[in-house]
Design a protein around this ligand. Structure first.
Ligand code: HEM
Length: 189
């Protein structure tokens, strides 16, 4: 495939990871009150997806690797300033703000799922943290539940900014980034 036809930026695993994450996070968020079994399955799926993405961020394809899109705070802030002045550079992979958002989303999902596992271990006496939680003082359980709820909502806030960022970057560079996350292909110039 040449630059005119487009460049494959997101390999199939990144794309499957992304849309499976959207589906499992939405499911987990919407089922937390009444459908605990579905909520738990969706949560375990998120853990698997995030673990996969952490590994793929080290050994995966060029644009999937963390060292190709994680920038310093200075570069990220300079890029965000450039957006305000309508002079932001186009990136083929994640731009610096997008890269920072990927890290924020993954971190927030890790905190949400680990505290979810702790809550599950205490309430259902099941899951990988059950032994740890049985010996933990009771305030740890209360804290885990609170932190779980807080970070689930915080992830939603991040997702809102994430989607706003995708829309802004799509308009600034006249390209459809959502389509690129479906097809994997971006304009090559
Ligand atoms: C319908 C809502 C969503 C849309 C339209 C969307 C769209 C996108 C797009 C276009 C990208 C690539 C950005 C780029 O070109 O730099 C991306 C990346 C990403 N999105 Fe979303 N997203 C959505 C929801 C979510 C949700 C709910 C999560 C997590 C809870 C999420 C997590 C991520 C992550 C982790 C990446 C990085 C992908 C990777 O490098 O593996 N997104 N998203």
């Amino acid at each position: 495939m040449n630059a005119k036809q487009g460049i494959e930026v997101w390999d199939i695993t990144v794309r499957l990871f992304h849309w499976a994450l959207v589906l499992s996070f939405t499911t987990a968020y919407l089922t937390e009150d009444d459908f605990m079994r579905v909520h738990t399955y969706a949560g375990f799926t998120i853990i698997g997806l995030v673990l996969f993405r952490l590994i793929w961020g080290v050994i995966g394809s060029y644009h999937a690797r963390f060292n190709h899109f994680v920038c310093s705070p200075t570069t990220t802030l300079a890029y965000m300033k450039d957006i305000l002045y309508h002079r932001s550079k186009r990136y083929i992979g994640h731009n610096p703000a997008g890269g920072a958002m990927v890290l924020a989303l993954l971190t927030s999902l890790i905190i949400t799922t680990v505290t979810g596992l702790a809550t599950y271990a205490t309430e259902e006496l099941s899951g990988p943290l059950v032994n740890l939680m049985q010996t933990a003082p009771s305030f740890i359980y209360d804290a885990a539940e609170e932190v779980h709820e807080f970070f689930a909502n915080f992830t939603v806030v991040l997702v809102v900014f994430h989607v706003i960022g995708v829309v802004i970057a799509s308009f600034s560079h006249k390209e459809n980034l959502v389509r690129a996350m479906v097809t994997g292909i971006k304009r090559g110039d």
